[in-house]
Design a protein around this ligand. Structure first.
Ligand SMILES: Cc1cc2nc3c(=O)[nH]c(=O)nc-3n(C[C@H](O)[C@H](O)[C@H](O)COP(=O)(O)OP(=O)(O)OC[C@H]3O[C@@H](n4cnc5c(N)ncnc54)[C@H](O)[C@@H]3O)c2cc1C
Length: 281
């Protein structure tokens, strides 16, 4: 396929350097952004050769070589308040919305649940991929459903929270449905009455340092941002991968054994009776 024979939107042999937080200068044979389901359908109907890679903010991708296929940059935008009841508000966000900006938007409206997930890089569409999590909260805690487009079967499918089979940094999209779906939008269920989770990491200490007397979602979000900024540089300024280690999960008895050797070890109980331990503060 030669330049000039492709519709304007499809670019050939494009450097992916601006599109991944590591700043790796890998090339994509074909590259195009898309802003709607219709545009996506149109692009996929072209049946370009090679595999398809869906790109969000590029903060969880490490290119080790050129990508000989089509890179689809998801730029579906829009935030819609679907409905609410006495406890919750249901909000749909386009997969291309920046996650942190969306979190700040929700906090600005007094919707609770995402404050502990402030400042995680990337876009809305990738949040269910690995069930992103930080400071004792995971996306599954506020996830309601999502709409995704099946690349090969060319049809739209809705996934509920159960359908996603969320686990610790896991979902069906990393396992049995790997590389099969393009996530179009995600609906989150926010709490109208906050239930704060400040027991994890240094949040309580940071809130105290900030002099916070009345707990609020704004304060918790600010505390999380302060802690994150003190630990990691902004990937937009200095390319970095954040932390891609998973905290080990061990039986409680194993933790006691480890505590003898490492008295300062930090651990949190899990619902299944095990503990999740980590080495930093
Ligand atoms: C500094 C730093 C700190 C981080 N901190 C955390 C943290 O605290 N907790 C945490 O969980 N993660 C963290 N991460 C990892 C990263 O922020 C998340 O995994 C984030 O969800 C990635 O979003 P993205 O849009 O950049 O995804 P990308 O890197 O663009 O894509 C990641 C994967 O998802 C797929 N994908 C993306 N969008 C779609 C879509 N719409 N449809 C289908 N597939 C899609 C891609 O194909 C790829 O396989 C951190 C990363 C960095 C660099």
């Amino acid at each position: 396929m030669k330049n000039g024979h492709l519709p304007v939107a499809i670019q050939e042999n494009i450097s992916l350097k601006p599109y991944n937080s590591f700043g790796i200068d890998a090339q994509a044979s074909y590259f195009t952004p898309f802003r709607s389901e219709d545009e996506l359908e149109e692009i996929l109907a072209m049946s370009l050769p090679g595999p398809v890679l869906v790109l969000g903010g590029g903060s969880n991708l490490l290119f080790t070589k050129d990508f000989n296929g089509l890179v689809l940059k998801n730029e579906i935008s829009g935030i819609t308040e679907l409905h609410e009841d006495s406890e919750y508000v249901y909000v749909r966000a386009g997969a291309g919305e920046n996650w942190h900006q969306f979190v700040q938007y929700s906090i600005g409206r007094g919707w609770a649940g995402a404050e502990n997930l402030s400042l995680i890089p990337g876009n809305v569409g990738a949040t269910p991929m690995q069930n992103i999590g930080a400071y004792g909260v995971e996306i599954e805690d506020i996830f309601w459903d999502l709409e995704a487009y099946h690349i090969r079967e060319k049809r739209k499918v809705t996934f509920t929270n159960t359908d996603c089979e969320f686990g610790y940094r896991e979902s069906v999209f990393k396992k049995k449905y790997r590389d099969q779906f393009v996530i179009l939008n995600v609906t989150y269920r926010f709490h109208k009455h906050p239930r704060f989770n400040i027991s994890y990491g240094a949040i309580a200490t940071e809130l105290e340092r900030m002099g916070v007397r009345d707990l609020s979602i704004v304060a918790v979000s600010q505390a999380v941002m302060n802690i994150r900024r003190s630990k990691l540089p902004d990937p937009a300024t200095i390319a970095n991968a954040g932390s891609f280690f998973k905290n080990p999960e061990v039986p409680a008895a194993k933790l006691e054994e480890l505590r003898i050797k490492y008295p300062g070890i930090i651990a949190y109980p899990l619902l299944n009776g095990n503990v999740n331990w980590r080495q930093d503060g």
